[in-house]
Design a protein around this ligand. Structure first.
Ligand SMILES: Cc1ncc(COP(=O)(O)O)c(C=O)c1O
Length: 439
């Protein structure tokens, strides 16, 4: 499929999170993809160094997912998820629940990470309401990214994602982020910044624990450049939440499904949240889907509080648990298990870590943070913050590599199916691009 007269205009499609005017002058289109590589509309080959947007650890167009969706679609293309159901959603919920900590066994399906966050917010509000508590305040963090719906934007700590939208949710308090300049270019968890967990205690001291509903964190802040949790930080948040009956939410939209070299953040850091949000790799990115998994007593409290015969939670989407998404999810989980992809991500981590940190010495690199199969390569800003990142991303694409950039930080997240040679290719192309930018 090439650009043809029917698609040549490019004007009608308003491209998300993209410089539309620049893109339309010099489009970067992918027309086909297989495994780790994609093909551009000009016939070029591009290695996908960010698994799309951290979505596709098993590679593009995995035949088992394509087949599973095709088979499901021949039987059912749509079932109303309110009041009726279809078997695949129950099967997938059970599979997801089995991957969670033992007392998290209830799963609500949505269509994206942003919907997972808004759904988690509503579950938490409804839960405290039925308990008769007035916990209306939410704690989040600077530099957090929790998607783009109003709830997620309210929790997020990224100024560009907020400044055009003056009316967001009230009563959100942001803790400081955990990045410091003390241990630049150190792989894994760092020591510095753990004391910032005390910001949660300060919010409690300031507003009263009885007003605080939940604390949302990405265990590793992904989209803002792989900010790893300092040693002891998540443990301290857990303790403060426990002491004050505050729910702890792990937003695992990026970290979930093996990205950290363990199935979920709870496994990686040995800290148990009360609620987990997920999306992206749930279906290997093939069909939009997200989910919220909650602790049993939260679900049971909601069930018990509703009148007999009444709906327990007035929330849901037309496409919650869509059969195509469930089929894709079940196939993706089968692939992760049968191909041992989480273990492969864990085993590739030392090689990836060494390879990506070989860029530490580059004069344009300010910091590299890495954990599991994910690294943020932060460049020194040029005259305008973010401009160097935009230039680097475009240049990498024409050199045959896709990397997701946030501002001046390139976020490398290879597919779990990568071989060492592909990790080398990613790092070589990254370095060659930086060399070119320097001149
Ligand atoms: C941690 C986190 N939460 C939520 C989201 C939003 O997900 P979506 O873009 O599917 O709405 C993202 C997206 O990158 C994310 O990284």
């Amino acid at each position: 499929m090439a650009l043809d007269s029917k698609t040549n205009s490019l004007e009608e499609f308003w491209i998300p999170f993209t410089n539309n005017r620049g893109f339309k002058k010099n489009p970067r289109l992918i027309v086909e993809a297989k495994g780790t590589y994609m093909t551009t509309h000009k016939g070029g080959t591009v290695i996908d160094a960010s698994s799309g947007l951290f979505c596709s650890p098993a590679g593009h167009c995995h035949p088992k997912i394509v087949e599973a969706v095709h088979t499901a679609m021949q039987k059912i293309t749509y079932v109303a998820p309110f009041g009726t159901g279809q078997p695949l959603s129950f099967a997938l919920a059970e599979r997801v629940a089995r991957m969670m900590p033992e007392d998290i066994n209830h799963v609500f399906f949505v269509n994206s990470g942003s919907e997972a966050i808004d759904t988690a917010l509503k579950i938490i509000m409804a839960y405290h309401t039925v308990k008769g508590e007035n916990r209306h305040r939410f704690i989040s963090r600077e530099k957090a990214y929790h998607g783009v719906n109003i709830g997620g934007v309210s929790l997020s700590g990224l100024v560009n994602n907020r400044r055009s939208f003056p009316v967001v949710m009230p009563n959100v308090v942001h803790m400081r982020h955990t990045w410091t300049e003390d241990e630049l270019k150190t792989p894994g968890q760092r020591e510095s910044g753990a004391d910032r967990a005390e910001d949660l205690q300060r919010a409690i001291d300031n507003f009263g624990a009885e007003t605080i509903a939940a604390c949302f964190v990405e265990p590793v802040a992904g989209s803002t450049g792989v900010l790893t949790p300092p040693v002891g930080y998540l443990e301290r948040l857990r303790k403060i939440c426990d002491d004050n009956s505050i729910l702890l939410v792990f937003d695992d939209v990026i970290c979930g499904f093996g990205r950290l070299g363990a199935p979920f953040s709870a496994d990686k850091f040995a800290v148990k949240p009360d609620i987990v949000t997920m999306a992206k790799a749930l279906t290997n990115g093939s069909i939009p889907m997200g989910a919220v998994a909650v602790r049993d007593d939260i679900y049971e409290t909601m069930m018990d509080a509703a009148p007999e015969g009444g709906i327990e939670f007035f929330h849901g989407y037309t496409y919650s648990g869509h059969p195509a998404a469930c089929a894709a999810g079940l196939a993706a989980l089968d692939i992760y298990q049968h191909e041992g992809l989480f273990e492969r991500a864990r085993d590739l981590t030392p090689y990836f870590t060494r390879a990506i940190h070989s860029l530490d010495d580059h004069p344009l690199v300010r910091d590299i943070r890495s954990i599991g199969l994910m690294a943020g390569v932060e460049l020194h800003a040029g005259d305008t913050a973010g401009a160097r990142g935009v230039a680097a991303q475009a240049e990498m694409f024409w050199k045959g590599m896709h990397v997701k950039f946030t501002g001046d930080c390139g976020i490398v997240a290879p597919m779990f199916i990568c071989e060492h040679a592909q990790i080398d290719e990613i790092v070589d192309k990254f370095r060659a691009t930086l060399d070119g930018l320097q001149r």
